[in-house]
Design a protein around this ligand. Structure first.
Ligand code: SF4
Length: 241
């Protein structure tokens, strides 16, 4: 586990590592860049760089945390990648089910596999399930997420590289929006952000604006119309799962 600088979580937990690119949003994959760095540093978990690997030993970690944490699961991979066996995904879910004092945020671009497997998984209230949607082409992921039994559902519209008008936000609890950062970031039009914010407002969906991104993401910050928007779904822990 590691403290996270990601604005919408507290820490990360990576029971799997590695992935393969699947859509335009993967172009400058942060996990791929980090895996290479960690491999070069000799970190055992990343010895195979960005190949998909499962880590049984990581399954014990959430049992050791004190207090309640908000945890991003698999910042370094995609839990629903085809190379992660169902049995291992079920083990990860068992850990999350056993630890209702923590919120686990799981984010995937493999919404099709998520939808195929969701009935074989136990969905407690502390598991927030999200899909990444970077542009119109992958909008279908939202419909697939909606079909699952996840109790809390969210969208990560990051890196937002195209407009997403008229989203169906039915059964969606939370929307995160962010722009791309790095050396050659694809631009995010402020009108796209404001449109999504308006859609969330009209459907009463929590809206979180993560960052503008760009070459200097720190300088560009995360103010939207002069304000920080960091709404989140209501956290229901232990007593309610
Ligand atoms: S799905 Fe996520 S982890 Fe996998 S390559 Fe794409 S951005 Fe990277």
């Amino acid at each position: 586990m590691a403290q996270s600088s990601i604005e919408w979580t507290e820490m990360t937990w990576n029971p799997t590592t590695g992935c393969t690119k699947i859509s335009a949003g993967c172009k400058f994959c942060y996990a791929e860049i980090m895996s290479k760095r960690l491999q070069a540093m000799g970190i055992e978990k990343y010895k195979d760089n960005f190949e998909v690997r499962v880590h049984e030993s990581a399954l014990n970690i959430p049992y050791t945390w004190r207090g309640s944490k908000v945890v991003f699961v698999n910042s370094m991979s995609d839990l629903f990648h085809k190379d992660v066996p169902l049995e291992f995904i079920q083990k990860v879910f068992k850990v999350m089910n056993d630890n209702p004092q923590h919120v686990f945020q799981v984010l995937t671009k493999r919404a099709d596999r998520l939808q195929q497997l969701h009935k074989k998984l136990k969905w407690t209230h502390n598991i927030w399930m999200g899909v990444s949607v970077e542009n119109e082409k992958v909008r279908k992921r939202i419909d697939l997420l909606r079909e699952t039994n996840a109790k809390v559902k969210f969208l990560s519209l990051e890196p937002l590289i195209g407009p997403l008008p008229n989203l169906n936000l039915g059964k969606i609890d939370w929307v995160i929006v962010g722009g791309e950062s790095g050396h050659k970031p694809r631009p995010m039009n402020p009108d796209w952000v404001i449109d999504i914010q308006d859609q969330c407002k009209s459907k009463e969906v929590a809206f979180f604006f993560k960052q503008w991104g760009g070459k200097n993401k720190k300088a560009n910050g995360r103010l939207l119309n002069g304000k920080i928007y960091d709404e989140m779904p209501e956290i229901q822990l232990q007593h309610s799962v």
